[in-house]
Write a protein that binds this ligand. Sequence first.
Ligand code: DGY
Length: 321
Amino acid sequence: MKHGTRPVAFLTRRHTDAVESAFVEQFDVSLNVGDVPRTAQELQQALHHCDVLVPTVSDQLDDVIFQHAPYRATLIASVGVGTNHIDLNAAERAGIAVTNTPDVLTDDTADIAIALMLMATRRLGEGERLVRSGGWHGLAPTHHLGHAVRGRTLGIVGYGRIGRAVAHRARAFGMRILWIGRPGSHTPPDREMAASLDELLASSDIVSLHAPATPDTQQLMNAARLAQMRAGAILVNTARGSLVDETALAALLASGHLFAAGLDVHQHEPVISPALLTLENVVLLPHLGSATVETRTAMGLRALENALQWLAGTRPRDRIV
Ligand code: DGY
C-alpha cells in the first residue's frame, strides 16, 4: 500500500448497509452491486488489485487461486466462522494472512439448529406445504402427528461455542444432552459427555452436528454411522454438508429407519441432492444459520475490525494463519 493512499478492500458480495458504509469510510471499496457470485478468475484478479479481500463462506478459495503470487493483497478477512472454503496452507505460502468471524453468529446458528429440530420432529415443513396446497381439511386427532422433544436425548457432535448454545436451549425444552467434542479439542469431561460417537449415536433420539469441516470430519456421518442411529431418530446439520453422506441419508429417510432430518447446509451448495428433494421428511434450508440483519452486520463489522488491525500492524483478534 502506497503511503498516503487509502487501502483498497474487495467485498465479494453485498453486505448490510451498515457494513458497506463502515468499509467505505475506511477503504476504497469495490462493491459487488449486482451481488453476483464471483468466478475463480475474478477472485484471483482481486488479489492482485486489493489490499484486503473480504470473501464469504461461499467463495471457494482453492490452491489454484493462490498460484500467481506475489499478490498485492496481504489479508483475507473472511466473513464467516468456517474456513474450509479457503486453502489455508496455500494462502500462507502466498504470504496472505486469513481471519474469520467467530462468536458473533453463535446464538443465531444455535437458534436455527433448534428450529430445524422442531420442524423435523413436528413435521412443520410438511404441514406448511399441506396448507398451501389446499389439502388441509381441518384438525383430525390422528392426522399429521409428529413426536414430542420433551424427555428425548439430544446428541451434540462438536461441543464448541455453537454446540453448547444448542445444549443450553435444548435443556429448556426438557431434553437430556449427550455430547462429544471434536477430535483434538480439550474440553474436560462432564456427566453429559458421551464415551464415543458410537455411544452417542446409539443413545440419541436427535443428533445435531456442530463440528467444523476438516479432513477428520469429512463424511463423519457416512452410511454405516447413519445406520447406527436409533430407529426413528432425527439428524440435524447446521455445520457443513461435507460431514454427511447425503445419498445414504436419503436412503435411510426413504426406508423409514430415520424419522426425519433437518439440513441447513449441503454437500454441494447451492445444489441440493435430488434424492433429498423428493422426500417429505427432510427440512431443507438455504444455509440460513447466521442470516439475521443483526448477525450479518456483526460479522461484516468483525471482518472490518480484523482488516483495520492488520493494516495498523497489530495482530487481528481472529487471525487463523
Ligand atoms: C459460517 O460462518 O461458517 C456460517 O456457515 C455462515 O453462516
